[in-house]
Design a protein. Structure first.
Length: 382
């Protein structure tokens, strides 16, 4: 081979290997070193999946929609697109009181059944917990001072709180697929912690107290033998990297970094949602890269979606170039008489909604992943 040819071939080889390396996601490791095989597989597969796109999710998707409740197999997302979401959100609020139904009326036995169905078909499950205020017995939105401190070791509600954690451990350990394996859950406790509206929020305790609460919870669940959780650290809107990390419990206690932001202004008049979300992604993406974590948009939506390009334009621009794992739109309650003032409360178009076509276009975009896409990925297998 003459020298010119050799140099050319060496160059070609370098280019190919560079490209291969560039396409390989950085290695990641779950914080729970004893996580079940399916949980580890899911996390590793999510790390690869983000190169293809992001999973679309919906809260309470299988339980009810705008005009229906508890109809087997039904989903507003499926009514409109023909496919289920890839990720499904559920909430444990009410479990602490041994309620049969959660705070939004979803019976826990049905929730378990849905979770099994989802796992069996290769979908992904995320869980939050709007748990009551343990100090006052009022709801999660009661921010009586010192509530957070009351549940920590030596706090006067510590024992009561441990009993609540026991209930969550029991719930997680009761989730099994048809294959008999424990179902991995993306668990998002103490969500929107940088807000001011829940008893665990930043205005109701010091960053150290919050970190203690988080670490205590994780260690406690592990002690109870719970190893099917991927921990999702979740803030509401935040300003800077320092703000985002102020309550961060550390790399050994979190796997996915996320925030919640909703659209309130008319997107035809203001781009502030897009810009704000994109700016926050730039920050958590940097933190995730530095710490080998994944990123996600854990809750969002534009109530009633009164804009015909919200999905394909506003949300897609908001996510921009960032390789996120998932986005979850909030629940489709329908008419909510308990809200003040009462109103239609839903975040995903239902069949016949004036802006359903934009959601179908969003479904058809390459990076948006729904159930049929993730089923093919076998996310729980190595
Ligand atoms: C809020 C509303 C409430 C609901 C709560 C917890 O955003 O949807 O109606 O009770 O979330 O799911």
């Amino acid at each position: 081979m003459n020298q010119k040819k050799y140099v050319f071939l060496a160059y070609l080889f370098a280019c190919i290997s560079c490209k291969t390396i560039a396409q390989q996601p950085a290695p990641i490791q779950l914080s729970d070193t004893k996580a079940t095989a399916e949980t580890v597989n899911l996390f590793q597969n999510l790390n690869k999946l983000k190169e293809k796109g992001f999973m679309f999710g919906h809260q309470d998707d299988l339980a009810y929609g705008v005009n229906w409740k508890y109809e087997a197999g039904r989903s507003d997302v499926k009514d409109v697109t023909g496919d289920y979401p890839a990720i499904y959100g559920w909430d444990l609020g009410g479990l602490e009181k041994n309620q049969e139904k959660n705070l939004d009326g979803v019976p826990f036995n049905k929730m378990k059944q849905y979770i099994k169905e989802i796992y069996d078909r290769g979908g992904v499950i995320t869980i939050s917990w709007h748990q009551d205020n343990p100090l006052t017995g009022k709801d999660a939105w009661d921010t009586t001072p010192k509530s957070l401190a009351s549940v920590l070791p030596r706090g006067n509600k510590h024992d009561k709180f441990n009993a609540w954690l026991d209930k969550s451990a029991k719930f997680f350990l009761s989730l099994k697929g048809s294959d008999g394996k424990l179902i991995p859950i993306l668990y998002r406790p103490y969500h929107e912690l940088t807000g001011t509206w829940f008893w665990w929020c930043q205005n109701n305790g010091t960053p150290e107290e919050f970190k203690t609460l988080w670490k205590y919870t994780v260690d406690y669940l592990k002690k109870k033998g719970v190893h099917n959780l991927i921990y999702v650290y979740n803030t509401s809107d935040f300003k800077t990297k320092e703000d985002f990390l102020k309550h961060y419990p550390g790399n050994d206690y979190a796997d996915i970094l996320s925030f919640d932001t909703y659209q309130y202004e008319d997107p035809s008049k203001s781009k502030s949602f897009e810009q704000n979300v994109n700016r926050q992604f730039s920050i958590i993406d940097e933190v995730a890269k530095e710490n080998n974590k994944l990123i996600a948009f854990a809750e969002t939506g534009y109530e009633q979606i009164p804009y015909n390009k919200w999905w394909t334009e506003t949300l897609m621009n908001a996510i921009g170039k960032y390789k996120i794992s998932f986005v979850v739109a909030w629940r489709n309650h329908g008419y909510n008489e308990y809200m003040n003032p009462p109103k239609m409360h839903y975040y995903v178009p239902y069949k016949g909604h004036p802006n359903e076509n934009d959601f179908i276009d969003f479904y058809n975009l390459k990076p948006t992943l729904f159930q049929s896409d993730v089923t093919k990925e076998n996310l729980y297998k190595k």
